[in-house]
Structure formats: C-alpha cells, structure tokens
Write a protein that binds this ligand. Structure first.
Ligand code: KIV
Length: 284
C-alpha cells in the first residue's frame, strides 16, 4: 500500500514535458530509505539486482520470489523513512515519497498471461505501486491490458531490453539502422496502445529517443538514451561506485562507496589485529 504523500501514477504521467523525472533503482531497505529521503520521484526495484546484488552476470536467473523479497525490503525502507522524526518536517515542507515500481522478471511474464498477472499481484502485495515489463511481444501486450483491467499500472521498457540479451547477442545499442529504429518506434506505440503509463528507453540513439518522446503521450525515462527524454533512470550501484570495472558510458559516478567500504573493513581488521578494538567504551 502506498505511503501518504506518495507521488501517484497520474502525477508521474502529468510530468511529461515538465520537470524531468528522477528514477533510481534500490534493492534493500536502507537503499529504499535513503533513495526516498534523497527525493527520487520513483524507485525501481530492478531485476538488475541479479547483477548488483546476487552476483549473476545477467538478469535472466532472477525469479519472481527474488523480486518479491527485494520489493518488500525496499518498501519497508520507505516505511522506515516515513516514521523517522525528520520525515514529519519533510511532510511539513511538502516532501514526497517516491512511487515504488518493481520489475517483472524473465519467465515470470510473457509466457502466459496468467503467470504475468499472478507475479504482478505478488509484487503489488509486496509493496509496489506499479510493475515494469520489457518488450512488446503478443503475450506481454495482452498481459499489460489485463493488469490495467485489474488496477495495476504498468511501465514499459523498450530498446536494449536486458532480458533479451541472448537474442541481441550482448548488451548492444538498439535501433541504430532506420529499420531497427522503426521497429523500436512500433514497440513504443504498441505498449502505449496497451496502456502503459510510462516507458523506459534503454541504450538507443538519442535522436530516436527524442522521436519517441515527441510521438508518445506518456513520459519516456531514458538510460543510455540521451538528454531528450522526460526523465532518467540509473542503477544505484553505478551512481555510488559499487560496481566492478570502469564506469559505463551511460552512467555517472557520484560517489565511491566501493572504496569506502573496502577501507572501512581493512581499518577494522587492522584495529582488531592490533587490539585497538574493542575498547572499554565498546565493552559491557
Ligand atoms: O533492472 C533495472 O535496473 C532496469 C533499469 C536499468 C531500467 O530495468
């Protein structure tokens, strides 16, 4: 159930063409609490948790049960923020809670409509206010319609959809040729027709993202899709430096939590070995 003062789906939709929407992923309770307190418009419990949190090399092994567990945790984090003392002051200043969106994972939808509906209901009961699906396949479009029929708002996701990594032959830019761009545009129109309230555009040329943003009535949320979208989404771990390897081209690192974490654990280890910790202060 949404917290009081949460950005609603209609308010999210109404932001098209106005102040850019800020969406960030989160996967556990502290991340949910902090992303919420930082003023994100929406928090996405992404199936990217397969890579950021569970150690897989793609989103494909992530299950509906994984998504339910992490959605419940993020939602608990937002609830914790709501009962923090300073959130009373936040409320007085008109600060909002983020809309909570959860990913339907690979295999949890798109095979049968019934499976998709069941999985979406589980995510809503875990605390999400909306779900996200990738692609515009026949069963997916029918699932979007059915979900909307039963009151579940759906965000779409087109372009470089990570659940189709094997079909694409890697995490590659999509929509580069005119023919490929037309196919992404057709997918955008198809999911709008099915009723999505917004759509993620992932790793497509900025010019194509601008064309789609102009063509559809719903907010477009880009990741690796250039500056002309109605909002942006980023994977939290890319923003805070908790991923291995170089920063991805479509991301920007705002902190180096990975180094801070390693330094903290190594300082702790040095203290224990030198008997500097615990002290009398830490003892009973
Ligand atoms: O799973 C995820 O984090 C996502 C975003 C990259 C949009 O789908």
């Amino acid at each position: 159930m949404a917290l009081p003062n949460t950005l609603t789906v209609p308010q999210f939709e109404a932001r098209k063409g106005n102040l850019p929407l800020v969406v960030v992923t989160a996967y556990d309770a502290p991340q949910g609490r902090l992303a919420d307190a930082a003023g994100a418009d929406a928090i996405l419990v992404g199936d990217s948790l397969g890579m950021t949190t569970l150690g897989y090399d793609s989103t494909l092994p992530v299950t509906v049960a994984d998504m339910v567990l992490h959605t419940r945790a993020v939602s608990r984090g937002q609830q914790a923020r709501a009962i923090e003392k300073n959130s009373v002051e936040d409320a007085a200043r008109g600060a909002r809670h983020a809309l909570l969106i959860a990913d339907l994972p690979f295999g949890g939808y798109g095979v049968t409509i019934e499976d998709g509906v069941r999985a979406a209901v589980d995510l809503i009961q875990a605390g999400a206010q909306a779900v996200k699906v990738e692609g515009a396949g026949e069963i997916t479009l029918a699932t979007i319609r059915r979900l909307i029929d039963i009151g579940i708002p759906v965000m779409g996701h087109i372009g470089m959809t990570p659940q189709s990594v094997n079909r694409f032959g890697g995490f590659k830019v999509q929509g580069k040729s005119e023919e490929a761009a037309e196919s992404v545009l057709r997918a955008a129109n198809a999911i709008v027709e099915a009723g999505v309230f917004s759509m993620v555009l992932e790793v497509i040329p900025a010019t194509l993202a601008a064309r789609i943003t102009e063509a559809v009535p719903t907010p477009t949320i880009g990741i690796g899709a250039g500056p002309f979208c109605d909002g942006q989404v980023q994977v939290l771990h890319d923003l805070i430096g908790l991923t291995d390897g170089p920063t991805l081209r479509h991301a920007k690192r705002y902190a180096d939590i990975g180094s801070s974490l390693r330094d903290a654990v190594s300082a702790y280890a040095a203290d224990v070995r030198a008997r500097r910790f615990p002290t009398e202060e830490n003892s009973f």
